[in-house]
Design a binder for this molecule. Structure first.
Ligand SMILES: C[S@@+](CC[C@H](N)C(=O)[O-])C[C@H]1O[C@@H](n2cnc3c(N)ncnc32)[C@H](O)[C@@H]1O
Length: 299
């Protein structure tokens, strides 16, 4: 890429799935996300791109799609996903960077990005990339961490927090961890060529005491109802936005019929393939295939 590359929040070697989800007391958050996804996903489709798929926590929820591409910068996260989902042709595992995706233009008919935007220092750049790889009238489901949540508002008024939850700029509350203002995210989506269809607010009851006192299934049921207010106001820590691509496909390069990958170094879409690697016929970059995972990182 010609522009300077923003830093990447690298999950390589992380036990995120086990420590944060499986043993982290987050059954409530996981289940309310499943409800939101179920409500927003198209019932069927050909090829869905899951951006920042991690260990594949959400992937089996995309059951209406014939094939799913799991893209993540961390090879070890993808290896965990592969252990969970298997090596069938339905799942294509790709190690790569959401800032410079190794796919040809207008390839996918849907995409999701859950719990990833909050690691992106230049989120609007990534939204433009996502528009590039989606076809016209495709669905994009984006989850983001909202700075305008009730806890942040309360802390601000009690002077326990110096940043305002109401201003449009993102806040970096820990290195490479950002909360965004919902209005700003909506403006970025629109600039990138998306039209917003629906918003769901998620995790209304993400409070330790409530989670300890109230059975998870009751909290999930209450959250499922409260999610419907998402088009009117957004005061939760997590917001899901469903949008559609508008305008013409953004074809920057005319890929050959059947082309799928695009070289992140030179943007060519023709490769010589052997069982261990894809080799770009234009610039000669070698992109390894590690145990069925295409690795497009680090050039
Ligand atoms: C918080 S995890 C979320 C994983 C999954 N979406 C979930 O909800 O369980 C964030 C994921 O984003 C990936 N990620 C962060 N920056 C990335 C980038 N620039 N390109 C690709 N993946 C990235 C990380 O490797 C990590 O797996």
């Amino acid at each position: 890429m010609s522009e300077e590359h923003p830093p990447i929040c690298d999950y390589e070697g992380s036990d995120y799935q086990t420590s944060f989800w499986d043993q982290g007391g987050r059954a409530y958050e996981d289940q309310v996300e499943a409800v939101a996804l179920h409500r927003l996903l198209p019932p069927s489709g050909e090829l869905l791109l899951e951006l920042g798929a991690g260990a594949g926590r959400n992937t089996s929820r995309y059951r209406g799609f014939k094939r799913v591409v799991l893209l993540d910068y961390s090879l070890t996260q993808l290896q965990q996903a592969q252990e969970r989902l298997g090596k069938s042709g339905r799942y294509i595992y790709v190690a790569g960077d959401v800032y410079s995706m190794p796919f040809v233009d207008a390839l996918f008919d849907a995409a999701t990005m859950i719990r990833v935007l909050h690691h992106l220092a230049e989120a609007s750049r990534v939204l433009a990339q996502i528009r590039r790889v989606l076809k016209q009238q495709s669905t994009f489901i984006l989850e983001f961490a909202s700075k305008q949540n009730l806890k942040a508002i309360l802390r601000y008024f009690l002077r326990q927090q110096d940043w305002s939850p109401f201003t449009p700029e993102q806040v970096e509350f820990a290195p490479l961890n950002f909360d965004f203002h919902p209005k700003t995210v909506r403006a970025w989506l629109s600039e990138a060529g998306f039209e917003i269809n629906r918003q769901l607010t998620v995790s209304h009851f993400r409070i330790g005491l409530l989670k300890r006192l109230i059975p998870t299934k009751i909290l999930v049921a209450l959250d499922s109802i409260a999610q419907f207010t998402g088009n009117w106001w957004q005061l939760t820590p997590s917001v899901f936005v469903k949008s559609k691509t508008v305008g013409q496909d953004i074809i920057l390069s005319y890929a050959k019929a059947g082309a799928f990958f695009r070289c992140p170094s030179c943007e060519n879409d023709e490769f010589a393939e052997n069982p261990e690697a894809l080799i770009c016929v234009s610039c000669g970059s070698t992109w390894p295939i590690v145990d069925g995972i295409y690795d497009f990182r680090g050039k």
